[in-house]
Design a protein around this ligand. Structure first.
Ligand code: PMP
Ligand code: GLU
Length: 379
């Protein structure tokens, strides 16, 4: 038989999903595994959002909609972006996608030609590189400072005439770092000086603890060259709804729209009505979840500190990024097999020597997880 696609063969499976699947399998076998491997809020989607979706289903919102999304949701996104993220966004500069992941993929397809280089800042979330590869681009990696997790001028060494785009993710998965003004301005200057597009994945924007979230597109005229990625999974605990969106100059949205029309068509109709309620409804639910995450964050960081682990700043998202003494793959395997704690090795994020723990779990489970990690060791 003829061989399958070389392009797909060259793509790594998603480490976050693979490890979580492994933990789920162990749980099915009756092993009490604490899964801190996947980044997923453990809260239920707030009731008013679920109700809006159920109402939509009951009134027959079960048909195709315009491919870019229902006008009500595009209007809500445009309003939200202008009010909170402070840059101009008309409804036709937005597209609703099947999760933020789909927005990232479509954005790459819209911008890249074969051989175009895309700068990824490591540690980087697992799906950026495969999305670049699937779109035919070439990844160039640049490690951020491993103490501050901020950016400095050394990134200039990675830019050449083939560089087309830079991807940033603040707050960061996996490090939890939040880019400060200096780092953000550096990205903006780089894009302007070298005529680059930017993809700014802001899916964790609501989960910051004492730091300010800055939207890249709000700096100077960056909105003209930035694809802002966002979604509902993290802020509103809607991971299974598969809803995200991108905001970008209209010519990019039009190109993304073509990819969408010929692949997924659109996001799920009744789910989009839930998203309208999420954006337009009471935002107290977001703050309640953030407060709870913050308590867990403080607990986990304090425990890791007491055990002597060095950690990344953890100013945002819901991850503790922990430096381990030795091979992260080996230590994560030990935590899973001996301690029954699932975590994601930093190697998956191009940061060997680190392990990512998601603290999106109940306080009781986190307490138990910390005592198990203390018992099996890793530093
Ligand atoms: N970006 C980052 C940084 C993420 O951690 C995730 C989590 N899955 C996503 C994008 C995609 O989110 P979703 O597709 O669930 O909207
Ligand atoms: N973003 C989450 C994580 O990093 C969910 C899994 C995924 O989509 O990769 O764990």
């Amino acid at each position: 038989m003829k061989s399958l696609s070389e392009k797909v063969a060259g793509i790594a499976p998603s480490a976050t999903i693979e490890i979580s699947n492994r933990a789920k399998k162990m749980q099915r076998e009756g092993i009490d595994v604490i899964s801190l491997s996947i980044g997923e809020p453990d809260f239920d989607t707030p009731k008013h959002i679920r109700d809006a979706c159920i109402d939509a289903l009951n009134r027959g919102e079960t048909h195709y909609t315009p491919s870019d999304g229902i006008p009500e949701l595009l209007a809500a996104i445009s309003e939200k972006i202008e009010k909170e993220n402070k840059f101009s966004c008309k409804p036709d500069q937005a597209i609703v996608t099947v999760g933020a992941k789909d927005a990232i993929y479509e954005g790459m397809e819209a911008v890249l030609n074969p051989g175009d280089e895309v700068l990824l800042l490591t540690p980087a979330w697992v799906s950026y590189e495969p999305c670049v590869q699937m779109a035919g681009g070439k990844v160039v990696k640049h490690a951020v400072n491993q103490k501050t997790f901020q950016l400095d001028d050394s990134i200039l060494e990675r830019v050449n005439t083939n560089t087309k785009m830079i991807v940033i993710n603040s707050p960061s998965n996996p490090s939890g770092a939040v880019f400060d003004k200096t780092s953000m301005n550096l990205v903006a200057d780089l894009c302007q000086d070298y005529d680059l597009y930017a993809m700014s994945d802001e899916i964790y924007e609501k989960l910051v603890y004492g730091k300010e979230h800055i939207s890249l597109a709000a700096i100077g005229d960056m909105a003209e060259r930035t694809i802002t990625i966002n979604g509902f999974s993290k802020a509103y605990a809607m991971t299974g709804w598969r809803l995200g969106y991108a905001v970008a100059p209209q010519k990019i949205i039009k190109a993304m729209s073509k990819v969408q029309q010929h692949s997924v068509s659109q996001a799920t109709t009744f789910a989009m009505w839930g998203a309208v309620a999420a954006l337009k409804g009471d935002q107290r639910c977001v703050e309640e979840m953030r407060t709870e995450f913050n308590q867990r964050r403080k607990f986990v960081m304090a425990e890791l500190g007491l055990m002597g682990y060095e950690t990344a700043p953890a100013d945002g998202a819901f991850y503790a990024f922990v430096k381990v003494a030795g091979d992260d793959m080996e230590i994560a395997t030990r935590w899973l097999e001996k301690g029954h704690v699932a975590a994601t090795p930093g190697t998956a994020f191009d940061a060997p020597g680190w392990i990512r723990l998601s603290y999106a779990a109940s306080m009781d489970r986190l307490k138990e997880a910390m005592s198990r990690i203390r018992r099996v060791g890793g530093n």
